[in-house]
Every structure is written in structure tokens, then in C-alpha cells.
Design a protein around this ligand. Structure first.
Ligand code: OAD
Length: 271
């Protein structure tokens, strides 16, 4: 039987697919929602991390200065939780898409490393820093930064949070290492946000997946793209402040909608 709602949805989907396929330059902005179907919690909403934890006690420079062990415990817990998660169909479709055509830049607010994992999977034998490698605006759970000399390095080994003395220290200068993530009250790295905003200003389409779009300057990436005339496509089960700017808002989950939009095989979800 003819279902007008389904028909309208399928026409909208076709239109979006075409806009994305025809765009020369596309910026993809993702947030915590893209990783939900991998098992990573979001920050806001009913099950969100900020419901049960106070950001100012755990994710600020002052919190780390006051009690580095408490802050490391929280990050060690998150590293452990995320460490067991795999990219889902949305991460994979985005990585394959970015590799299969020129002009795609993935910009993420997530610190879970799942876009990078998907890029490595998709690139196979090629170097991982391919076109599918994301700009990580808020850093990474799996990198550390020295509080003394500022050196950054990858760090995937378990963190011993047993005592202050057991916390990780810089092999160069001996100062405490901290997670290489952006905390509340800290600026984003100029080069990183600058690259994302420049790409947004010059893109023809911007695909926004799974972000509440209330944290700036990250959300400004999509706003700049829309103000520059790019087609804005949003994938989010709920409306956001970006919805009024979006040409199309798909009220669907990332792992369902993104593979359909990008034309890749529709995988069931996380492996
Ligand atoms: P939020 O937790 O604020 O928002 C997650 C969004 O994902 C919401 O809009 C949900 O509706 C949507 N969502 C939920 N499930 C989804 C699914 N399966 N598919 C698609 N979307 C889904 O997370 P962010 O917007 O990423 O910053 O938060 C932005 C920043 O605030 C984070 O990077 C973090 C946080 O404080 C720092 O830590 C600096």
C-alpha cells in the first residue's frame, strides 16, 4: 500500500544522497552520538556522563591540580570502557567514503578514537593518516600531554591510579602526564580548530552526525559551513540548535542513516 510518509522520507534521502555525492568539498562534524551504537555513552541526555559526574570536578585544569589521582581515575575508567568498543557502521561508512573520493574532511569532538580505528580498518595496508583520518578537536583519551614540557605522545597502556606516586610521568622531564584532552575553560588548539573552520568556510556540504551542537567553537564548524552556503545535513534522533539551519534533518541513529546516505553496505552495527 502507498505510504506517503515513507515515500517523502525516501525522496528526502535521495535528495541528500545526491547533494553529498555531487559536493566537491564536504566537512563531516561528529559528536558523541556517532559512537552510541558502539557502546560509548554520550555526555548529555538521560544516560549521559554529565548526569552522574560533575565536569568541574573531573574535566578542568583546576580539578587536575587539586586531585590528579581522581581525574586520572575517571579517565582510566573511560579509557577502559572505550577500549572495548569497536567502530560501528557509521564510523566505517564515513572512513570508506573519505577514502573513496576526494574532498572529505572528518572533524570530530569525540576523544574515543573510533574514527581513527575505522580509518585504519578502511586503509588496510595504506598509511593510517589518510583522508579518512579525523581532526580530533577535543583531543584523545589515548594520548597524554606533559604538564611540564608540554610534550604529547600516544599512551594506550593501563594507568595505575593506585596512588599519586603511581600516576604516569614524563620520560623526558619527570613531570606528571595528563590526558591530552581539552578541558572546560581551556582553548582548543589554534591550528586544529583553524583547519576545521577554514574547511567549513569553503565546503559545499556539511554532514553533522550525533552532536547536541551546544559546545563551541566545535559547533561553529557547522554554523560557518551553513553561513557560507553549504548544504547542511543533520543526522540525530533529536532536534538541536543546528536543525533550523539544516536543509534536511534525518531523525535516525548514526549507524542506521549514515551508511544509507553514503551508499556503502549497510552493516548491522558494531562488531
Ligand atoms: P552530547 O552528549 O552533548 O550530545 C549527543 C547527541 O547525540 C545528542 O544530540 C543526541 O540526541 C545524539 N544521539 C544520541 N544517540 C544517537 C545515535 N545513536 N545516533 C546519532 N545521534 C545520537 O555530545 P556532544 O555533542 O558530542 O566536550 O558534546 C559536545 C562536547 O561536550 C563533547 O565533545 C565534550 C562535552 O562536554 C569536551 O569534553 C571538551
Amino acid at each position: 500500500m502507498f505510504d506517503p510518509e515513507r515515500k517523502a522520507e525516501s525522496l528526502a534521502m535521495d535528495r541528500v544522497r545526491r547533494s553529498l555525492a555531487e559536493a566537491e568539498r564536504v566537512v563531516v562534524l561528529t559528536g558523541a552520538g556517532v559512537s552510541v551504537e558502539s557502546g560509548v555513552p554520550t555526555f548529555r541526555g538521560e544516560e549521559g556522563l554529565w548526569r552522574s559526574h560533575r565536569p568541574e570536578q573531573l574535566a578542568t585544569p583546576a580539578a587536575f591540580a587539586r586531585d590528579p589521582r581522581l581525574v586520572w581515575e575517571w579517565y582510566a575508567w573511560r579509557r577502559e570502557r572505550v577500549g572495548g568498543c569497536r567502530p560501528n557502521a557509521a564510523h566505517r561508512a564515513l572512513a570508506r567514503w573519505a577514502l573513496s573520493r576526494p574532498g572529505v574532511l572528518i572533524v570530530t569532538q569525540n576523544v574515543d578514537g573510533l574514527h581513527g580505528d575505522a580509518a585504519i580498518e578502511a586503509a588496510g595496508d595504506r598509511a593510517p593518516e589518510t583522508a579518512a583520518w579525523p581532526i580530533e578537536l577535543h583531543g584523545s583519551l589515548f594520548r597524554v600531554r606533559c604538564t611540564g614540557c608540554g610534550e604529547r605522545r600516544p599512551h594506550v597502556a593501563p594507568i595505575d591510579t593506585g596512588s599519586r606516586a603511581s600516576l604516569p610521568r614524563c620520560p623526558d622531564c619527570g613531570a606528571l602526564l595528563r590526558p591530552d584532552v581539552v578541558w572546560f575553560g581551556e582553548p582548543l588548539e589554534d591550528r586544529t580548530i583553524g583547519r576545521a573552520l577554514a574547511a567549513a568556510r569553503g565546503c559545499d556540504a556539511c554532514l553533522v552526525v550525533g552532536t547536541s551542537a551546544i559546545v563551541h567553537p566545535a559547533a561553529s564548524v557547522a554554523v560557518e559551513a551553513a553561513h557560507g552556503g553549504a548544504v547542511l545535513v543533520e543526522v540525530n534522533p533529536d532536534p538541536t540548535p543546528l536543525s533550523p539551519l539544516a536543509g534536511v534533518s534525518l531523525r535516525a541513529t548514526a549507524a542506521t542513516a549514515v551508511p544509507r546516505l553514503l551508499g556503502g553496505p549497510n552493516e548491522a552495527g558494531p562488531a
